[in-house]
Design a protein around this ligand. Structure first.
Ligand SMILES: [Zn+2]
Length: 735
């Protein structure tokens, strides 16, 4: 289920571009891979900010690349703090301008501001995510509240908002070009979204709601952390763990020791299903571990989260009502592609019968495996992964050791990822060894456009390190903007196993897919062709941002691309056809389960967040049962990926009313790939059109309209049905 867990850490929020631009709340990091923060040491003394600081002036390197050879850890904090101060001064000057507000003296001025903050912060985010250390961690800890306060100081400045609103209200008579008009509308929306147009009394109410929400959210996280810890399975009986490999057993013994316990300890993961359930042969152990997971936060003790989430849902509904919306989801979705909760709910209800039919047919296969053993029970949720592993082995017999020699990382990058981009978009790549990097594993490529002009710099940092966050992501070091005269500088980060010195880096097909995925985000950034920095590149809503990346995954297995890169690293021989066929067949295995559990969680999220402010405090268990039954996604053997009481994404991690986006963007990527399929596949003409109409546009246009203009119609789930082999159960028609 890895594909749901990719993240794009654009959580630098609007401040990354140094402008009060579009609200990027929708781009928060996905939480599955978030590591626990190590202890933070005391902050070192901050040197004064001056010309000796490498961020003092724009970089003179090609593409304004950060001068990593001159930047010291101690340089970030003073540069970012000075950057906030100077941006605030710039914003104040705009707000206090005696001239009447115009598009140029308000919006263009805001877009041009905050350059120091932008260059220091984007570089800081890159190194704290991929190459951190105690000095950077201390700076991060100190800066988090300062950056939040800085954002408030911009959005809640009434004089600034008055100017923004004045231009907004006469925007139709200003004869602005479409991108400028979009900038006015998005900026105004961001201010309103933050509560800028409330009366002073209502602003006080809003900040009380915000404060309560933040406290409840913290309480939820604290309780959940403790609940998950207590939910670990502990035993002295090695037999109950039969089926685990030596490494898993050793890890379990180590985990027990870590808590000064004897025997074995299996900690809980965030999701409902637990990885060990795929291996454990003792059904009773599987059931116990599953129940520990399912009930982790519902024991009626100090770690029970149910009261907290019931109130959280209510506070959010009340806050949305204060801001003039029927419910919280309506407030969140106004700047998303789906626009309304109804659109997201309709999409999900189209998908439910298809996903559940597929899950039920998978369940039959698994039940057959149970019956073949004369085990004499009906498959339960805690049996699913165990029998799925067996059936996968029987049906596909995929051996990683057999596959990996065909996927040498450097070859996959240049003959796969870059090759597909060259065939589609005509761009070329040349490695540069003269651009300083923050760590020796990082490689830098200059990307040249089809017309021979420089297009972007691309950094890749693929190997796992202890001081790197988990998962994979993309972000900008420098954002593209015609207003500022900047070209994009982009990086991809992943966590692939680093080979021993002199050995080749052989990766799995999952890793290959991750490379294509992150490079899809990179293309979204590289092709950016916009005037205003806050509308540029991948800075799009959550239910759009994963579309270019997931779309790019399709080329990993596209025959002409695959044949170009999947060669044995020693012999150069192409992968045998039988092995390719196995990989392709295995790709959709478990799709029914994965879709159904994700849909169930997304339904819970959306139903919690479409409660009206007037709704009474809910009983979470009753609410959850009814919510799932109402939309017919209550399969006993396929529980939601997260239960309400431990759904960290929505109660703690900024994905409230946004979990559907994972599935929505899958609809888009399949639907888009189908267009390519129908128009000759991998051709320059198709790539050019996609680049011009989609990838280069950032957030400069209404995204639903942008998509429809390119596709010729609104997206539907038909392509998901085709590529994921989904069909409604016999006798049922899709709703
Ligand atoms: Zn992604």
């Amino acid at each position: 289920m890895k594909r749901y867990d990719h993240r794009v850490p654009l959580a630098v929020l609007l401040l990354a571009t140094g402008t009060a631009g579009v609200p990027l709340g929708g781009l928060a990091r996905a939480a599955d891979a978030a590591p626990e923060a190590p202890p933070v040491p005391a902050a070192p003394a901050t040197p004064p900010f001056g010309p000796s600081n490498p961020f003092f002036a724009p970089s003179t390197l090609p593409f304004q690349a950060p001068p990593f050879d001159r930047i010291k850890d101690e340089d970030y904090l003073p540069a970012i703090e000075a950057g906030m101060a100077s941006e605030l001064a710039e914003m104040r000057a705009i707000a206090d301008d005696p001239a009447p507000p115009t598009f140029a003296n308000t919006f263009v001025a805001m877009e041009s501001s905050g350059r120091l903050l932008a260059r220091a912060l984007s570089t800081f985010r890159a190194v704290t995510g991929a190459n951190t250390d105690p000095v950077l961690q201390a700076a991060d800890e100190k800066l988090a509240p300062e950056l939040a306060a800085h954002e408030d100081a911009v959005y809640l400045n009434p004089k600034l908002f008055a100017r923004v609103a004045a231009v907004y209200h006469k925007r139709r008579s200003l004869h602005l070009d479409p991108e400028s008009l979009r900038l006015v509308e998005q900026t105004y929306l961001a201010f309103v979204h933050a509560g800028a147009n409330l009366s002073p009394d209502d602003k006080v109410k809003l900040s009380k709601f915000n404060e309560e929400e933040s406290k409840l959210s913290n309480t939820f996280e604290t309780r959940l952390l403790a609940a998950a810890k207590d939910g670990a399975y502990r035993t002295n009986d090695k037999d109950s763990l039969a089926g685990l490999g030596q490494a898993q057993l050793a890890a379990a013994a180590e985990a027990a020791k870590g808590r000064d316990l004897t025997g074995y300890l299996i900690p809980l993961q965030n999701t409902t299903q637990q990885p060990v359930l795929a291996s454990l042969t003792a059904r009773a152990t599987r059931e116990t571990i599953f129940q520990n997971s399912w009930d982790r936060a519902e024991h009626g003790d100090a770690n029970d989260t149910r009261d907290t989430i019931a109130r959280l849902a209510q506070v959010r509904a009340q806050r949305a009502a204060l801001l003039g919306f029927p419910n919280y989801a309506a407030w969140v979705l106004q700047d998303q592609m789906a626009k309304t909760p109804e659109a997201a709910l309709k999409f999900m209800s189209d998908l439910v019968p298809l996903a559940t039919a597929k899950a039920l047919s998978e369940q039959q296969d698994l039940q057959a495996a149970v019956d073949a053993e004369h085990a004499g029970f009906a498959l339960a949720a805690w049996d699913w992964e165990f029998y799925a592993a067996k059936v996968r082995q029987q049906k596909y017999d995929l051996d990683e050791a057999e596959i990996k020699p065909y996927f040498e990382l450097g070859n996959v990058l240049e003959n796969g990822v870059f090759y597909a981009a060259h065939e589609l978009y005509g761009i070329t790549f040349k490695e540069r060894h003269d651009i300083p990097v923050y760590q020796p594993d990082v490689r830098v490529f200059e990307v040249t456009d089809v017309n021979g002009k420089p297009l972007a710099l691309f950094y890749c940092d693929y190997f796992k390190r202890d001081n790197k966050n988990g998962g994979a992501w993309m972000d900008n070091l420098v954002g593209e903007s015609k207003l500022l005269g900047t070209l994009p500088v982009i990086y991809n980060v992943a966590n692939f196993q680093k080979p021993a010195a002199g050995e080749p880096a052989l990766i799995s097909f999952d890793d290959v897919t991750t490379m294509f995925h992150e490079f899809g985000h990179a293309l979204h950034g590289m092709f950016a062709d916009t005037v205003y920095p806050s509308l540029s590149g991948a800075q799009t809503p959550r239910d759009f941002v994963e579309f270019p990346s997931q779309f790019n995954e399709h080329w990993a297995i596209y025959p002409r691309v695959f044949e170009h890169y999947a060669h044995h690293y020693q012999t150069g021989a192409p992968m045998p056809a039988a092995l390719v066929a196995k990989i392709k067949r295995a790709m959709n295995f478990g799709e029914g389960y994965g879709l159904t559990e994700t849909l169930a969680a997304a339904e819970l999220d959306m139903q919690w967040h479409t409660l009206a402010a007037s709704a009474p405090l809910q009983n979470p268990d009753d609410f959850e049962k009814q919510a799932l039954a109402r939309v017919h996604i209550d399969l006993a053997a396929v529980p939601p990926r997260y239960r309400s009481s431990y759904f960290l994404h929505i109660w703690g991690n900024g994905y409230a009313a946004g979990y559907y986006a994972y599935l929505w963007t899958q609809m888009l990527d399949d639907d888009a790939f189908q267009w390519f399929d129908e128009h000759g596949g991998l051709t320059r003409a198709n790539g050019e059109r996609f680049r011009r109409m989609v990838l280069s546009r950032g957030n400069t246009q209404d995204l639903e309209k942008l998509y429809i203009t390119w596709r010729g119609r609104a997206p539907t789930v038909a392509a998901m049905m085709k590529y994921r082999e989904l069909k409604p159960a016999a006798g049922a028609a899709p709703r």
